[in-house]
Design a binder for this molecule. Structure first.
Ligand code: ADP
Ligand code: MG
Length: 334
């Protein structure tokens, strides 16, 4: 668990990057910090591993006050991944990943077998082991960056816009891999992005920050969509685009090509309409693609509730349907 208690960062030139932040990152999930450029995401992240010291307030990591913890000690338990993987150009992929274990005093054989295992975990083919960073694509380099950050098996992983520089298709698959990896390894991940779609997709909880370093809302993605606390959050999560993420189908199974696009708060166009809430594991990919091509999109059900289901929403508005689904203890909509 990571806790920010009244944390403010004021740089020497007077810039307040983070303003009185109170927030608890729960262990074992993905917490996303999202907001426009300059809102203090990177600064917040770097205060967790003491790359930046707060001006006021306290940060606790697993019950220890970060300010009173030796930085090298602290960082052994915290992996860190940034946008440019920052690999050593003259070392092979395997050696890049093995660097940290070697620094920690592992034997060469043990460090290398750990590196090979990590390559598999992050989905890098074995034959990449002997290549050099320049021979890899951007997406592959980011995988190496993630593997390297995981090398010493830290319980916490900090990720600062790790996928922002790769093309959208590769980004999607890296996101999927990260979700799988988190489920498999149970790491506590703090993920920074300026991209709200990425935040909604990855976050168990999402902290929306505004410029000036003020926390606007800290909530589950479904709650951000359904109950934005103010206009800033509402606009930021995409009111104007409608409920990005909600696909529609009717009980008569209208082909996906004819799906209507519905804006938030619009009446449901058809009494027989259903809201499609897809399970990220089980949805038919073709539907998802089709829905997105048609301007509709899909909310992944595990962001709202486990399992995923179809909700017959009758003739309400999208907002009331989602409200009903969210407030129903069984997760079954109206
Ligand atoms: P984000 O990662 O959300 O884009 P940052 O945390 O990098 O934002 O920066 C937050 C604010 O703090 C910005 O206004 C930025 O210009 C400012 N800032 C960041 N680092 C410094 C610094 N070393 N000195 C002065 N201002 C800084
Ligand atoms: Mg940043």
């Amino acid at each position: 668990m990571i806790e920010f208690r009244g944390v403010t960062k004021r740089f020497p030139d007077g810039t307040v990057a983070v303003d009185n932040l109170d927030l608890v990152v729960e262990a074992g999930g993905i917490t996303v910090f999202v907001g426009p450029s300059g809102c203090g995401k990177t600064t917040s992240l770097r205060m967790i591993n003491r790359m930046i010291e707060p001006s006021e307030g306290t940060i606790m990591v697993d019950g220890r006050d970060v300010a009173a913890t030796d930085a090298a000690d602290l960082r052994r338990g915290i992996g860190y991944v940034i946008q440019q993987a920052g690999l050593f150009p003259h070392r092979t992929i395997l050696d890049n990943i093995a660097t940290v274990p070697l620094l920690l005093g592992w034997s060469k054989a043990k460090a290398r077998s750990r590196a090979a295992e990590l390559m598999e975990i992050v989905g890098l083919a074995r034959e990449m082991a002997g290549r050099y960073p320049a021979q890899l694509s951007g997406g592959q380099q980011q995988r190496v960056g993630v593997a390297r950050a995981l090398a010493a098996d830290p319980p916490i992983l900090l990720m600062d816009e790790p996928f922002s520089a790769v093309d959208p298709v590769v980004r999607e698959s890296l996101q999927d891999e990260l979700l799988r990896l988190q489920a498999e390894l149970g790491k506590t991940i703090v993920f920074v992005t300026h991209d709200i779609d990425e935040a909604i997709k990855l976050g168990d909880k999402v902290a929306v920050l505004r410029v000036g370093g003020v926390l606007a809302q800290y909530d589950q993605p479904g709650q951000l969509l359904a109950r934005p606390v103010d206009d800033f959050v509402d606009n930021f999560v995409g009111r104007d685009r409608g409920y990005r993420g909600l696909g529609f189908m009717s009980s008569d199974a209208i082909p996906i090509g004819e799906l209507p696009t519905v804006a938030l708060g619009d009446p449901v166009p058809d009494d027989d309409a259903w809201v499609l809430v897809v399970d990220s594991e089980q949805h038919p990919q073709g539907w998802l693609n089709g829905a997105e091509r048609n301007g509709a999109a899909v909310v992944e059900a595990d962001h709202l509730m486990p399992g995923g289901s179809l909700y017959d929403i009758g003739s309400g508005s999208l907002r009331s349907a989602l409200d009903a689904a969210l407030s129903s203890p069984s997760g079954v909509g109206v």
